[in-house]
Design a protein around this ligand. Sequence first.
Ligand code: ME8
Length: 497
Amino acid sequence: MSSTGKYYITTPIYYPSDRLHIGHAYTSTIADSLARWHRFRGDDVLFLTGSDEHGQKIERVAASVDMEPKEYVDKIVGTFKDLWEKYDISYDDFVRTTEERHYRVVQEVFRRIHAKGDIYKGEYEGWYCTPCEAFWVENKLQDGNCPDCGRPVELIKEESYFFRLSKYAQPLLQHIEEHPEFIQPESRRNEMVNFIKSGLEDLCVSRTTFDWGIPVPFDDEHVIYVWFDAVINYLTGASFLRDEAAFQHYWPADLHLVGKEIMRFHTIIWPIMLMALDIPLPKTIFGHGWLLMDHEKMSKSKGNVIDPVALADEFGVDAIRYFLMREVSFGQDGNFSRRALIERINADLANDLGNLLHRTVAMIHRYRDGVIPQPGAATDLETDLQQLAAATAGDVDSHIESLELNAALSAIWKLIGRANKYVDEAEPWVLHRTGQTERLDTVLYNLAETLRIIVLLIKSFLPKTGVKMWAQLGIDQDLEVCSFEDTAWGGLEPGTK
Ligand code: ME8
């Protein structure tokens, strides 16, 4: 991966209609690991998350518990922030769509597109799915229900503003064709291309039958459509209309990470809004698969959601982070099961990683009073280990560049496996018993040095584990400021206690 100097990554801004579940933690954990890795690579990272607070869905939920929408979302957003703290999600900014800075941007965007003639007034008559906050034309419905979530839709008829999506279908198709990295993975790109080719209708971008939204700046009767409002958070978070220098630096976004069900909003509506504004398009929109529970999508109504807080309390945050990134092939759906989680924890974390660390630290204590010895000459065994360590750093980097998180983790675990095998082959206990002092020094040093490199590679994915292992290795250097260059072999100072 070549460091380009900046990396702007975003998660979806989740609805504060309810507490978040493990599916939301999945997206944010991945985004966090990518953000941390890019910081480690030396990029100036802007990692954005937030909450999508307007719309009919939120208005109704709040009303159902006799609360004002703002009062309701304030309460839920607090639980988002607590969750992200628990999961070590290192976001740089959190945009709430009810903030004044966001209001201003949304209204200005609406005004500009209207002034250009790409937003016009009309009347909408058609279907609306409130859970998805999505408009549907009759022929896209499936058995009369929302084709995305399968739930019932409502017929609405109201005056509204329309956005000329249709005008931009051709330029968008051309952009997609010329930039294969724009929509990923490829299967989603094909779906989106087919969707565009099947014909884009102009999009309804305001509502008049409820109030909970940002008013159209020149027409108080209307509130701006919640998805139009929501995607603009990516501009708000990049200081658009607030700090021109910062905006020029961070924009365009490098990666919008989203679940596959909201790809249409991110790869069709959002890019067309940017085209209408003459703002460059984001580099990549990646639509990942779903985390399934017993092979079904999690949802509150099915009662099969998993609470990420309880899960982390039971197993530890890093175990969950590891499982989410390792078990699911990124881009595809993956199944969540307690059994698979426990197996991963036992095999990979306790057995492979835990054992390597404990054996190494214990032997350095037992044989060398806890001091890292000066290594002697390397044999083939050491050369092999050192070469793999060097190759692993490069492998992790290129897997991250192609967003293959599970492959990045398996590369690190291959090195862990190799180091465990090295212990068995080098037999330090025999070296100790037979008084081969220099050889024992070499083996202990090589193990400790491999562990140092493993910590550097692991810390973006498992931040707490990285910090704990670093402390156990007794290294003085501040782990926070270590960079990718520190993964070069030989960084560990002999004499370290
Ligand atoms: O859609 N597996 O918010 P939302 C994997 N406010 N990821 C999952 C998941 C699952 N089972 N369930 C949820 C919205 N997610 C809008 C977004 S963005 C401008 C506006 C994750 O609260 C996944 O990232 O419904 C999905 O896209 C997102 O949560 C939906 O969150």
